[in-house]
Write a protein that binds this ligand. Structure first.
Ligand code: ADP
Length: 530
């Protein structure tokens, strides 16, 4: 992304279109966080008071503007209002951030695991004690409903807590020697400076699940958050400094994505790239890592099948599919992208599912009761429109929704398409929006074949009450994550990652540590000597 500001709308009009000047505008937010105001400017003021609305990059522990003074505006997707501006950085700032991470590596990596663990634990505590401010930031810059943002803060913080604990569990090996005067050891050591590039859909959690294990292992990090959602990253970094994570261990740069990316790729001091985002950018980073042979982990796009068998519990299947599809308005890489329904339950499921989707309240995420926020930008909205137009032109029925929402901005109606077929774009492409396509199948074999007929392999879901079928189908699916009778399966304690073109490596869990460690074999010889 280059350094530019998106056009903004006049505030009152933008707010009216986003439903902020209507009946709900003055109503108190009675749910979980009744003390959080629903008025965006009040939310921004509250964040300013808290000291967590940071508007500069972080290099070597110092808050810094772009060297040439350029900035990018950060907008609220629900209203079009500019929240604030952040520096538009590029090659020079990234080079400084890499040097600072490189210099800090020698001291941070030499701390004991217990010392690193204590810093991470303190960071976790600070994130939790600022849960509301962080959630507000997420909703303001990303658009998801406040309740989901609070969920993301808990989920994101959990990675820091988990990896604070894992820091103390990095084990090596002793191998039986093949020559009797030798001893063979395996050590695990931090890989070095890590470049972490993250997307906008989880502005906190996608950062903590990379930075948590990296710091736990003794690595230092340069993070490039998405330019759409840099504020949550900056607030989290401020809390990291307060937690005693040393200056230079965590650096944040943002601005010109390809310049920052290229600088990270070209540097011989950066030993690892970790990325979450589109498959297209992931492939570029993989190719770019070749010149300096970096370790790389990639969490890329999905095309998740959600298979509902005739023997499913209907309520469980509807609830699970709804959660798997409509979380974050369909903007996650594990969102159900194709709902495959066996012919015996198709009509019953389609009716119950459409009824549930009809009940989803769309609006500004700060308003009580909202469960569907806006899409991140106009390009995302146009992509959804193209995919829906293609499906209906090829014979899909619009069961409900199918168009832009009357709220305007980037709101789209929660949509269910019926009788979708394999020749439609939606079968191959991630829609990344609130559109649920239903497809019919006859047999288990056909469902597995349809589910695996894609280059992606991140998440899959199945709904069945048969235990043997659960095992059979889980094993046959070419996916890194499988949910059985569950629509929300991500957790810090389990490995997250894809098969095929959905990526390389795993995040979260004990497996997530290995991505930041090198294995060193030490042969201690000549033991019979003096
Ligand atoms: P999305 O479509 O979800 O925004 P992207 O892959 O475009 O996914 O973006 C994910 C992250 O990758 C963002 O931080 C974005 O700025 C960054 N990015 C995009 N293009 C490049 C690039 N050429 N090099 C490095 N990072 C990039």
């Amino acid at each position: 992304m280059g350094c530019f500001a998106l056009a903004t709308q006049p505030r009152p009009m933008a707010m009216r279109r986003a439903g902020l000047l209507g009946r709900h505008y003055a109503s108190p937010f009675r749910l979980l966080c009744r003390q959080i105001s629903t008025e965006p400017q009040a939310a921004v003021d509250r964040l300013k008071e808290s000291g967590l609305l940071k508007t500069q990059g972080l290099i070597g522990g110092k808050w810094i503007d772009a060297y040439d003074g350029k900035t990018i505006q950060v907008q609220n997707p629900a209203t079009g209002d500019v929240i604030t501006s952040v520096p538009c950085m590029g090659r020079n700032e990234t080079t400084s951030a890499i040097s600072s991470a490189y210099n800090t590596f020698s001291s941070w990596s030499k701390l004991t695991a217990s010392e690193r663990s204590k810093c991470l634990r303190k960071w976790y505590d600070l994130i939790i004690s600022h849960k509301e401010e962080l959630a507000l930031l997420i909703t303001l810059e990303q658009g998801k409903p406040l309740k989901e943002s609070l969920g993301e803060v808990s989920y994101g913080a959990a990675f820091i807590e988990f990896f604070a604990e894992e820091a103390k569990r990095i084990y090596g090996d002793i191998i039986a020697p093949t020559i009797d005067d030798r001893r063979l050891f395996v050590l695990k050591q931090p890989v070095g400076v890590v470049g972490a590039i993250t997307p906008w859909n989880f502005p906190l959690a996608m950062i903590t699940r990379k930075v948590g294990p990296a710091l736990a292992c003794g690595c230092t990090v340069v993070v490039k958050p998405s330019e759409y959602t840099p504020l949550t990253a900056l607030a989290a970094a401020e809390l990291a400094l307060q937690a005693g994570i040393p200056p230079g261990a965590l650096n944040i740069v943002m601005g010109n994505a390809s310049d920052i990316g290229d600088t990270l790729l070209e540097s011989t001091q950066v030993r690892k790239i970790t990325f979450t985002g589109s498959t297209a950018v992931g492939k570029k980073l993989m190719a770019g890592s070749a010149s300096t042979v970096k370790k790389i982990s990639l969490e890329l796009g999905g095309n998740a099948p959600c298979i509902v068998f005739d023997d499913a519990d209907l309520d469980v299947a509807v609830k699970g599919s709804l959660a798997a599809k409509f979380r974050n308005s369909g903007q996650t890489c594990v969102c159900a992208n194709r709902i495959l329904v066996q012919e015996g339950i198709y009509e019953k499921f389609a009716n119950a599912f459409a009824k549930a989707v009809r009940g989803l309240q769309v609006g500004n995420g700060l308003i009580e009761g909202t469960v569907q926020g806006p899409l991140i930008n106009e390009a995302a909205l146009e992509k959804v429109e193209t995919i829906v137009r293609d499906a209906t032109a090829k014979g899909a029925d619009v069961v409900i929704g199918g168009k832009r929402h009357s709220l305007g901005m980037t709101f789209y109606e929660p949509t269910v398409l019926g009788n979708v077929s394999k020749d439609m774009l939606i079968f191959r492409q991630e829609v990344f929006g609130p559109v649920a396509p239903l497809m019919r199948f006859k047999t288990e074999e056909e469902a597995i074949q349809m589910a695996n007929d894609t280059n992606a392999g991140l998440a899959a879901y199945i709904f069945t009450m048969s235990m043997p079928r659960s095992w059979r189908v889980s094993e046959a699916l070419e996916y890194g994550l499988v949910g059985v009778n569950e629509g929300l399966i991500s957790t810090e304690v389990a490995p997250f990652g894809g098969f095929k073109q959905s990526g390389l490596g795993r995040e979260g869990s004990k497996y997530g540590m290995d991505e930041y460690l090198e294995i060193k074999y030490v042969c201690l010889g000549n033991l019979k000597g003096t």
